[in-house]
Design a protein around this ligand. Sequence first.
Ligand SMILES: NC(=O)c1ccc[n+]([C@@H]2O[C@H](COP(=O)([O-])OP(=O)(O)OC[C@H]3O[C@@H](n4cnc5c(N)ncnc54)[C@H](O)[C@@H]3O)[C@@H](O)[C@H]2O)c1
Length: 262
Amino acid sequence: MNAYDFSGKVAFVSGAGRGFGRRAAEMLAKGGARLVVTDHTDELVNATVSTLAASGAEICGLSGDIAVEETSEKLAALIAERHGHLDLALNNAGIAQPQVRLHETESRLAERVIAVDLMGVFYAMKHQIPLMLSTVERTGSQCAILNVASAAGLMGSPKLAAYSAAKAGVIGLTRTAAVEYGRKGIRVNCICPSFTKTEMVTAPLETSPHGREKAEANMVAFNPMQRLGEIDEVVDAMLWALSPANSFFNGQALSIDGGLSA
Ligand SMILES: NC(=O)c1ccc[n+]([C@@H]2O[C@H](COP(=O)([O-])OP(=O)(O)OC[C@H]3O[C@@H](n4cnc5c(N)ncnc54)[C@H](O)[C@@H]3O)[C@@H](O)[C@H]2O)c1
């Protein structure tokens, strides 16, 4: 992993209990950031907060469902109370959907995926941006938001209609926010990983009726590199995108996908 300097920065990470979010929180803390983290349950938040605090990080957290706007309001209030400002936000929490054809998709399932994966990012940015605007005004330093979209949001993704639509929506939100707030000193980008070895992907592989090996081979069949991504390959790009040194990178959907979208 590359080392990035986040010293003195206040950084927010959602979905910090496991997967990309957990690793990104660790690496942001290692780079000197002060962290505010969230996840769905107290157990997930407490596990990350206690482990990172034990290794010397300044970190606090709050649990909640990102599909509920109040969660983002409470998180913004916590950030304001603890730190008075916000420099960086990694809006990473999200859910997958079971593979099912569009016409057989339960509408409630689609609504939930869109509520978490799209509205969750909308609410997060809505409540982060005022904090960032006042940060820029007071300190003159730049802020950055990185949303986690997906390769599925860039292309037609059979049997993943709701997920694909939600992630395409995240790309639209990101580009629009980048254009609205670039002149105000807030960079907004998103990242589009393909299948990577987090629990979101490995758990269904383990229980696949086709067996793990066949299921994994099917999953990577269309990927030019013929393999799953590693967590650190994606998190390294997240850190690069958020890095204060990366000051002219704005409005982009960055693919980390072994060439899948090419
Ligand atoms: N792993 C992949 O292959 C892959 C590929 C493309 C995009 N993504 C995206 O990456 C992001 C992180 O996923 P991951 O792969 O680390 O998976 P993960 O399942 O390991 O982690 C997701 C985290 O988000 C949290 N979360 C889920 N729903 C939530 C909610 N409603 N409120 C609060 N927290 C919630 C979970 O508790 C979990 O800690 C997601 O947005 C996902 O869609 C993952």
